[in-house]
Structure formats: structure tokens, C-alpha cells
Design a protein around this ligand. Structure first.
Ligand code: ZN
Length: 144
């Protein structure tokens, strides 16, 4: 099984609501959404993922994480052990990726965003799936 790798803002860190010894990093950013959509992955509970963020020139922070949906923040979280954050060479292949592939029909929406602005309420002009489909809450009507 391929573990999805996605951007996460390590500055957006809380104590995990499930285990206060662990950190929870929210996954509400556009960078997280873009990486997930491009890899064709929708977040579900207890999904192993890898998260990364830029650290220094040529270097990223990276950590293994587990997903959970936080009912208080109404947001997906990546739960990590802060002692296991590692430094790795930059994920240039991800940083350089300009496309945004619709989760469902795989159309590249990058030029659509340029034309219509990027808005979390937008839907794919081809299949009408919300562009935020990859990070919708677990019980969304979209997936019933
Ligand atoms: Zn689509």
C-alpha cells in the first residue's frame, strides 16, 4: 500500500484530543488538499500518511502520521510523535507540482483556478465534485 504524502503546516499544531502526549497538525491548508487530490486520496479515519513542510533551503521537515477527524475543530488532523520529526532533502517533485487534479475525473483544474480564482467552495467544472472533496468530513453527504 502506498502511503500518501502531503504538505502540512507544522506551525498549526495542537495537543492531540486523543492522546495528549502526541501532537495534532491540522490539514485544512490548500497545500494538503492539492497533494491529496493529485494522489487521488480522500482522507478517512486512521489512515497512515506522511506529512512534510519546508524547513531550510533544500531541506524539509517530515513525520509519519495517523489521520483523525477532530469534532471540536471540525478539521482533519495528522497525529504525530513530535520526537520523531525528521529532516529530509526537499520534496522538490511535490513543491514543483503545478497541477491540481480533480479527485474524481482527474481533470487538471489549475487553469480553471487562474480564471475563476481558487475558492474552497468551487466545484470541478467537468464533474461538479467539490474541489475540497479530498478533505471533506467523514460523514459528508457527498459520499453517502
Ligand atoms: Zn472533476
Amino acid at each position: 500500500m502506498i502511503v500518501p504524502i502531503l504538505y502540512a503546516d507544522f506551525n498549526n499544531t495542537f495537543a492531540s484530543s486523543r492522546d495528549t502526549n502526541l501532537w495534532a497538525i491540522s490539514l485544512h491548508t490548500y497545500g494538503s488538499l492539492k497533494d491529496l487530490s493529485n494522489q487521488g486520496v480522500r482522507l478517512v479515519e486512521e489512515m497512515p500518511i506522511v506529512i512534510y513542510m519546508d524547513s531550510a533551503e533544500g531541506e524539509d521537515l517530515e513525520a509519519d502520521a495517523m489521520t483523525y477527524f477532530d469534532p471540536t475543530y471540525k478539521c482533519w488532523m495528522a497525529e504525530i510523535d513530535q520526537n520523531k520529526i525528521r529532516y529530509v532533502p526537499s520534496h522538490t517533485e511535490l513543491w514543483d507540482q503545478k497541477v491540481f487534479l480533480c479527485l474524481q475525473c482527474r481533470q487538471d483544474l489549475a487553469s480553471f483556478f487562474v480564471e475563476h480564482q481558487r475558492n474552497f467552495e468551487s466545484c470541478c467544472p467537468n464533474c461538479e465534485l467539490p474541489i475540497i472533496a479530498a478533505t471533506l468530513p467523514p460523514n459528508s453527504a457527498q459520499f453517502q
